[in-house]
Design a protein around this ligand. Structure first.
Ligand SMILES: Nc1ncnc2c1ncn2[C@@H]1O[C@H](COP(=O)(O)OP(=O)(O)O)[C@@H](O)[C@H]1O
Ligand SMILES: N[C@@H](CCOP(=O)(O)O)C(=O)O
Length: 321
C-alpha cells in the first residue's frame, strides 16, 4: 500500500480551490505503488490523480518529471498530464508535502502479459524515446553505477542474511560492470521503471504509460534491458524468448537498435537486473515491520542477473545476432 501521508477532506478542498477542476465529490487512497502517496479524486468533472511526493523524491527533480509528462504528451505519447493551478504552477503543497494533480489515465495494468502485449510495450518504449527528443531539462540517472555502489555500501554488510555468498557475488558483479559498462551508445530520456504496473491496457490495446518518477537521461538500450527484465521472465524464473522477441521486434519497428546496442544488451541487462536487485535489497533490509508498503523480493532480480551472466549471444534474447 502506498499512502504514506494522510490528507483531510478540508485541506484537500482548500488545495483544490487553486485549480479549475470542479467540485470534489469523493476521494480515496490508492493501495498500489511504492514511492509516493496517490489518491483517486472524483469531481463534478473528470476523475483525477493527486500525488504527494514522498521523501525519496528530490523536490528539485519535480520540474523534470512534470515537464517531461507535458513534453511527451504534447508529442503524442499517451501519458498523464499534470494540471496547472489557476496561477499556472504545476506544483503545490498539501499536508506538508509537494503535491500535483495529474490527469487520470483509463486502463488497467496486466497481471499476466502475453507476447502480443510485450510487442506493444516495446513499441511504446521506442515511441517514448523518440518523443523525449528535444526535452530541455536534463536529469542524470541517480541509479546507475555510482548510485549502485552507494546503495551496495549501505547493504553489503547484511547481504548474506538474504542469501549466503551474496557479498562476494555482488561485489564482483559491480567490478565487472564498472569495467564493461558502455558509454558510447545512443542516449536520451528513458523511463527507467517501465514495469507491468506502469503500463495500462484497455482491452488488447496499450492505453498509456504512467509513473515517470525514475525517468532520467541515460542509454536508450538500457531502458530496453529494463523492459526485458520486467516483462520477459516467467514466475518460475525462466526467460521467455517468445516474449523477448516480441518486445524487441515491437521496439525495433519504431526505433531500430544498432549492432552496438544489440551487442551491449547482455551487459546492460546485468546492470538493470542489479539496479532492481539493489533497491529491493536495501528496502528489504531497512523497511520497518508494519510499514504500509509491500516489499518486493530482491532474489527475483538476483536470478535474472545470473541468467544474463551466462548469456553467450544476443540471439538468446530473441533477436537475430
Ligand atoms: N494518471 C493515472 N491514472 C490512473 N491511475 C493512476 C495514475 N497514476 C497513478 N495511478 C494509480 O496509482 C498507482 C500508483 O502510481 P505510481 O505512479 O506507480 O506510484 P509510485 O510512484 O508510488 O510507484 C498505479 O498503479 C495506478 O493504479
Ligand atoms: N519497479 C520497481 C519498484 C518501483 O515500483 P513502482 O511502483 O514505482 O513502479 C521494482 O519492481 O523493484
Amino acid at each position: 500500500m502506498a499512502v504514506y501521508t494522510d490528507i483531510s477532506e478540508g485541506d484537500l478542498k482548500h488545495f483544490l480551490q487553486q485549480y479549475d477542476v470542479g467540485e470534489l465529490t469523493s476521494y480515496k487512497g490508492i493501495a498500489e505503488g511504492v514511492e509516493n502517496s496517490n489518491f483517486l479524486l472524483h469531481t463534478t468533472r473528470d476523475p483525477l490523480i493527486l500525488t504527494l511526493y514522498e521523501k525519496r523524491v528530490e523536490k528539485n527533480d519535480l520540474p523534470f518529471f512534470l515537464g517531461l509528462m507535458q513534453h511527451l504528451s504534447a508529442r503524442g505519447l499517451s501519458c498523464p498530464l499534470p494540471l496547472p493551478r489557476r496561477d499556472g504552477e504545476l506544483l503545490g503543497e498539501l499536508s506538508g508535502r509537494p503535491a500535483a494533480l495529474i490527469s487520470f489515465l483509463e486502463g488497467m495494468w496486466l497481471r499476466k502479459p502475453e507476447a502480443r502485449h510485450c510487442r506493444e510495450v516495446g513499441k511504446a518504449l521506442a515511441q517514448m524515446h523518440l518523443a523525449g527528443e528535444g526535452f530541455s531539462i536534463e536529469r542524470p540517472n541517480a541509479l546507475s553505477l555510482d548510485g549502485w555502489r552507494t546503495l551496495w555500501a549501505k547493504a553489503a554488510d547484511r547481504a548474506d542474511e538474504v542469501e549466503g555468498g551474496l557479498q562476494e557475488e555482488i561485489s564482483s558483479e559491480l567490478d565487472f560492470l564498472g569495467r564493461h559498462w558502455p558509454n558510447d551508445l545512443p542516449a536520451g530520456v528513458i523511463h527507467a521503471d517501465l514495469f507491468q504496473d506502469n503500463v495500462f491496457f484497455l482491452g488488447d490495446g496499450l492505453s498509456g504509460l504512467i509513473d515517470f518518477y525514475f525517468a532520467c537521461n541515460d542509454l536508450l538500450a538500457y531502458d530496453v534491458s529494463i523492459c526485458l527484465n520486467a516483462w520477459c521472465f516467467e514466475k518460475d524464473g525462466a526467460y521467455n524468448v517468445t516474449k523477448g522477441k516480441a518486445l524487441l521486434e515491437g521496439y525495433q519497428s519504431v526505433r531500430p537498435l544498432s549492432d552496438e546496442e544489440l551487442a551491449a544488451l547482455p551487459v546492460l541487462a546485468r546492470g538493470s537486473a542489479l539496479r532492481f536487485f539493489l533497491t529491493r535489497l536495501y528496502d528489504w533490509l531497512t523497511t520497518p515491520a508494519g510499514a504500509l508498503v509491500v516489499k518486493k523480493d530482491p532474489l527475483e532480480y538476483l536470478r535474472k542477473l545470473r541468467f544474463h551472466r551466462q548469456v553467450g549471444s544476443v540471439a538468446e534474447y530473441g533477436v537475430a545476432a
